[in-house]
Write a protein that binds this ligand. Sequence first.
Ligand code: GLA
Ligand code: ZN
Length: 693
Amino acid sequence: MTKRFPPINPKLPHFMHGGDYNPEQWMRTPEIWDEDMRLMQLAHCNVMTVGVFSWVSLEPEEGRFDFSWLDTIMDKLAENGMYAVLATPSGARPAWMSQKYPEVLRVNADGRRNLHGGRHNHCFTSPVYREKTHIINEALAKRYKDHPALLVWHVSNEYSGECHCDYCQEAFRTWLKQKYNHSLDELNEAWWTGFWSHTYTDWSQIESPRPRGETSVHGLNLDWKRFVTDQTIDFMEHEMVPLREHTPHVPITTNLMGTFPGLNYQKLARHIDVVSWDSYPWWHSSKDEWKLAASVAFTHDAMRSLKSGQPFMLMESTPSVTNWQAVSKLKRPLMHLLSSVQAVAHGADTVQYFQWRKSRGSMEKFHGAVVDHAGHENTRVFRDVTSVGELLEKLDSVVGTTVPAETAIIFDWENRWVIEDAAGPRQKGRDYVPTCESHYSSFWLRGIPVDVVSMDADLSKYKLVIAPMLHMIREGVAERIEQFVANGGTFVTTYWSGIVNDTDLCFLGGFPGPLREVTGVWSEEMDALYDGDTNRLCMVENNSLGLRGEYEIHTFADQIHAQTAQVLATYGDDFYAGQPALTVNQWGKGRAYYIAARTSDAFLFDFYGQVIKDLSIGRALDCDLPIGVSAAKRVDSTTNTVFVMNFTSATQTVQLPDGHVFRDLVTGMDQRATLSLSPYGVAILQTAASLRP
Ligand code: GLA
Ligand code: ZN
């Protein structure tokens, strides 16, 4: 039985729809605020994110606060039946603060302190910055704790970046001392510092990795990235203290950036109540639009999986264009609805935008907004947004439902760091993220729900666990994978797995290290192919998968010995022709596949097709889908909602499963047999049993 999650805040048991709202930019023309309220109602919006970069408007001089404008806005929202996602302002500082306390500014990797400007430019260790943040956050919490409009806290904005100031260096050393039990010996061993005479003989010699200094000690690089995440979390926790104290019932989030590499979101997410993220795909940038759509779906799934299926917030998306992509191409008709529905289909309980009203000046004046410089509602974008709002109002039955995945792909932030930092076996094309996405696409194309999880996830609930390039294996992980397979699970891993431990030291005794037994293979060497070089993966006759023929191999070709594993395919060319390229190992009640080479997507599609069939993994919609159309579903114990989405610019038809009658929540009509989807069209189908009065 799949349980339904409670609404993000029970005060609003509906989808949230709205955007980043910056009324402080229009302080001189407050009549615009009233016009905003009218337009918000018209666009079927019910939440606005306020205060994100408002520090100087809230505290124009040190210690002198002015909440009058925010009081007015909060009151107006409440009077109009709307809510506020209220931000803390630490994403950008007032000039008076940088001027008086330069320590709040970040020190770059080149060792120089930044000047005042921009945003996201603070030191997360500076005691002054922490003190000032605490004061303003506490003032906000105390002032609005009982305000009817307060719905969700949005701490800061897109935390990112690192600081190399003396405070941060000292905090890093303290962090290391804790991690290595105050033993430099332990640290030197873990980082393999005997190499190039890098042994540290005093803690004070350790510095953050920087281009003009140390970059070749990979254990140091990895620990620094971990420290940056921990220090960001520490700063965020510090921000949350007064919020938790004064508003214990108001959920807290911070807006993430999808697969952003700088912070380990799988760790950070444990510290917030609800995940939210900012999604800005480069729509219409390539002919194979569905590949981008699959990659966006992968990211939505990764964001949902940060909190084990709990619905997330689509905190930002653009209603039309961004101003920072290489080309600001307009969303084609229906794309706005489609991309918004895609987020919902993969687990979002909100659709929110950057930004409500276009600013008149400065850097984001050309960024898409619900309200354009024309200032009225008679625009294509405004109508697009309105249609999303109208649709969301029909989806109350979806709020709190989740995505029932029987398959998990392990996509692990720390593993990514290690893969990207490695030197060799190719300096380019290691491509961890795209590789995970290609495995994922075989499921997306079939409309099969997938969770995207870290290597620490509970695997027991899945039938199939896929770990592309599980290069680093933290302690205990291999044992849990063995357990999963022993209990009947199917595990798939690939070349370049089981290579290093959690301080980036290679496993001794043969690769894939701790996965040797469960996979039943020994990888002796790995060949890297030049761009354009290929090999062939040739299926062995009568293999247990029932696959035939051959597939292209490129980039990586692992030289494995099948020890207890059975060979399903071999290499076609080169000095290793005839050696195993794909194996399966029976282990307990389950089995483990090892894909030794990087293959064409066609292989992955066919391979997973067989695995899916063997394991009877369910599809969102029990029928075949044309290329570029995907289906996703959200369920609880009684409701089953299927989203069918056409990411092509052509009309597509889907033959719905025989004998089923669905209600399409988009059109309000019954739907059976042949479903026709217009270019970028969507259908949201519920079976009669799921329909709520
Ligand atoms: C980010 C920020 C927003 C805005 C948008 C523009 O996501 O959080 O403040 O700058 O980018 O796309
Ligand atoms: Zn610092």
